[in-house]
Design a protein. Structure first.
Length: 154
């Protein structure tokens, strides 16, 4: 008997994907949202199957991601935010809360919740990483398909 291999699948047809974007540092997250949505379309995700939710900041990403992941029509959630280091400890608290909240949303829902939060020392580094939003879209589609394939093994 040969092993069952789960292959990378970037076919987004029939998938429901949510994009949650923080409005804080919106001049960056707006561009990231546009890139992610464009890439989802290129992967075959119908625009009717994409839900975009804009929220105040990165701190709130986990809660909204969890609620979206609980929906039956959502197969994966992409969380987009930008946390830039400043003069205070605020950066550490927000970055940690966003990370833990996003991870918990995925664990609690059993669905892929993609960490697309840029945590940088300065604005220039964040701007240079805007294009990573395309990779977050790839990860959402791949992980949704991977979980479907795992389910189909049983």
């Amino acid at each position: 008997m040969s092993p069952k291999n789960i292959e990378q699948n970037l076919d987004g047809k029939g998938l429901g994907i949510a994009v949650v974007a923080a409005r804080f540092n919106g001049y960056i997250t707006d561009q990231m949202t546009d890139i992610a949505v464009s890439r989802l379309g290129a992967l075959g995700v119908s625009s009717n199957d994409i839900v975009i939710v804009r929220i105040p900041g990165a701190f709130e990403l986990g809660l909204v991601a969890r609620r979206l992941a609980e929906r039956g029509d959502i197969d994966a959630v992409i969380c987009l935010g930008v946390v830039i280091r400043g003069e205070t400890d605020h950066y550490e608290f927000v970055a940690r809360a966003a990370t833990e909240g996003i991870a918990r949303a995925g664990d609690d829902s059993g669905k892929p919740v993609i960490f697309g939060v840029l945590t940088t020392d300065n604005t220039e580094d964040a701007v240079a990483r805007i294009g990573h939003a395309s990779d977050y879209a790839d990860a959402a589609v791949e992980m949704a398909n991977t979980l479907r394939q795992i389910h189909d093994l049983s």
